[in-house]
Design a protein. Structure first.
Length: 288
């Protein structure tokens, strides 16, 4: 395509536009006839395409990221406001992270005698607490348990005590689950099991979830809410050894290499080898 003479050049020279650039017509004709090689074609600029890619990158990655951060910030602010600020929430959770009262078992934990351990349990419960029940799970024929056993469910002994207390000041009135007449009791549970086991506990109170971990020393104390109607009643002092109960069970056909669940309460003793044998004894160790 012919162009007008360039005012800055020889007016006798004729030029044409090649790819947007002026090229001398005579030179172009020589190149087309094979003289002097091909005419260099100017390269196109790519600045427009680069800008387009940057725009696409911003729309696909940067903008969604900013929106997510803004949304998360709003949620965090609302959550913080609900609990009086993050500082208040952390303080509330930290103050509740207290492990239960614990103490080691006396003697060899792999040969734990539940009746010998009763003295330690009584000391933890307090001198004014009265025994209600003993539940010893997986007692061997020699009257002992292996609290270090790794099988599941693991052997353990649970002692339940009742302590008589004055009527609580926050007790509900009559008609709302309360009672004016007593007595009131505080149930106390002492568990002996797996010394050295790490436990993780999670509780929820007042809309705040609290969790903490601790290592069991051997015996753990737990207090329940005061009540006028405990599930158990005070039992007399235990007078039968678990060895004697085992001897009677063997005479009734119990396999000597088994383990038994032995329970003691106000009614006497229950000897149970799961799916094998169940026997009941009175407080004088006699079969009933």
């Amino acid at each position: 395509m012919m162009s007008q003479p360039d005012p800055g050049h020889d007016p006798n020279k004729r030029t044409i536009m090649v790819d947007g650039q002026p090229v001398d017509l005579d030179t172009f004709m020589q190149m087309q006839s094979g003289i002097g090689g091909p005419i260099p074609i100017p390269k196109r600029r790519r600045s427009g395409r680069c800008g387009l890619w940057l725009l696409v990158l911003a729309l696909v990655i940067i903008v969604p990221t900013i929106l997510i951060l803004v949304f998360a910030g709003n949620i965090l602010n609302q959550f913080s406001a609900s609990f009086g600020g993050i500082g208040g929430l952390v303080a509330t959770v930290s103050s509740a992270m207290q492990p239960p009262e614990m103490r080691p078992v006396s003697g060899d934990a792999s040969r734990f005698d539940p009746l010998v351990g009763l003295a330690d349990a009584q000391a933890m419960a307090g001198a004014d607490a009265q025994l209600a029940t003993i539940v010893a799970t997986y007692v061997r024929a020699d009257g002992t348990m292996d609290l270090t056993a790794t099988y599941s469910p693991a052997p353990r002994t649970i002692y339940t005590f009742l302590r008589e207390i004055p009527r609580p000041t926050n007790a509900p009135p009559v008609g709302a689950g309360g009672a004016t007449a007593g007595p009131w009791f505080e149930p106390i549970t002492i568990e002996a099991y797996q010394p050295g086991q790490r436990r993780h506990v999670t509780t929820t109170q007042g809309g705040v979830r609290t969790s903490f971990s601790y290592v069991n020393e051997g015996m753990i104390k737990t207090l329940a809410d005061p009540t006028t109607n405990p599930f158990d009643t005070v039992a007399p002092e235990s007078t039968c050894s678990f060895v004697d109960l085992w001897k009677a069970a063997i005479r009734e056909g119990a396999p000597e290499d088994a383990v038994a669940i032995i329970e003691y309460d106000a009614e006497g003793y229950t000897f149970n080898i799961v799916s094998t044998l169940v026997l009941r004894f009175d407080h004088d160790c006699k079969l009933v």
